[in-house]
Design a protein around this ligand. Structure first.
Ligand SMILES: Nc1ncnc2c1ncn2[C@@H]1O[C@H](COP(=O)(O)OP(=O)(O)O)[C@@H](O)[C@H]1O
Ligand SMILES: [Mg+2]
Ligand SMILES: [Zn+2]
Length: 260
């Protein structure tokens, strides 16, 4: 609410007359304030705050154009069948960028409360609650993760999966699955077929370990039920960018020489 707002003078309502009837609707200042609040609550890491679907650059790559289209279709029909997404790809291909882009889109366009959560950080925070001096309870840490309308779980499989990690993950996923709350998951670990057909075999995290090896067959199969898989078979974006810059640089120099 903005008490200085010239449109609503801080009341957050604007009234129009239509056919002699007074109709009220929310002032844009209120809607913008609500969106800003949702963005703040989404807890997007500072590094990714400017990641949008609109600044995801496919560089003309067929596989990235396909990924972009799959995500666009998913969002058009959101929440659709209430499935989430499983974004699998080598490090640096833009999985987290896309997941944050989806959060921005859903907040901006559909006003859906979203939450970003780095899975490794979550486990660390839960473990810290076991310390008897901790001010936080496990329940208070895990509640927002369970209840978020849309949850992004970033970097699944990065943490060494002990039985405790698997149980914690299964608890979160089962809860959300039963409540039909969509979860978007990113991981650097492939399924066996992704490796088999990958054009960038040596870019994946550990070429001899699959997602199933990392989290176990039961969890992998639960993810299969609750998420649509999108495999991002591409090259590390920063490498791609420096290569393009490098090539442009060389071409630039060659052109200058030719002109000399
Ligand atoms: N296609 C892309 N277009 C624009 N920026 C990208 C793209 N892919 C990656 N990036 C940027 O490169 C960096 C690494 O991407 P990130 O999303 O962290 O990769 P991943 O999660 O797959 O490891 C981020 O700063 C991200 O914004
Ligand atoms: Mg990432
Ligand atoms: Zn206003």
């Amino acid at each position: 609410m903005n008490s200085q707002c010239p449109n609503c003078q801080g009341t957050t309502w604007i009234f129009n007359q239509k056919d002699g009837v007074r109709i009220g609707h929310r002032c844009p200042c209120y809607i913008n304030a609500q969106k800003a609040k949702l963005i703040e609550l989404a807890d997007i890491p500072v590094r990714y705050q400017n990641c949008y679907l609109s600044n995801f650059n496919t560089g003309g790559s067929q596989s990235l154009i396909r990924v972009e289209n799959q995500i666009r279709e998913y969002l058009i029909s959101y929440p659709g069948d209430r499935k989430g997404l499983l974004l699998q790809g080598p490090p640096g291909v833009g999985k987290t960028h896309l997941a944050v882009g989806i959060i921005h889109y859903l907040i901006e366009d559909k006003h859906i409360p979203c939450l970003f959560c780095d899975f490794r950080e979550l486990l660390h925070t839960i473990r810290a609650t076991y310390d008897h001096t901790s001010q936080l309870s496990e329940e208070s840490v895990i509640r927002p993760i369970l209840k978020a309308d849309l949850l992004v779980l970033d970097e699944l499989g990065a943490e060494k999966t002990t039985q405790w990690v698997r149980d914690t993950l299964m608890f979160i996923l089962n809860f959300r699955y039963n409540k039909m709350l969509p979860t978007i998951i990113t991981t650097n670990y492939p399924d066996r077929d992704d490796l088999l057909f990958s054009s960038y075999k040596d870019h994946w995290q550990d070429q001899d370990e699959t997602l199933e090896d990392r989290i176990g067959a039961r969890l992998r199969s639960r993810l299969h039920e609750m998420c649509m898989k999108i495999c991002i078979d591409a090259e590390d974006y920063r490498k791609r960018k420096t290569q393009v810059a490098f090539q442009k640089g060389i071409r630039g120099k060659l052109n200058t020489r030719q002109e000399d």
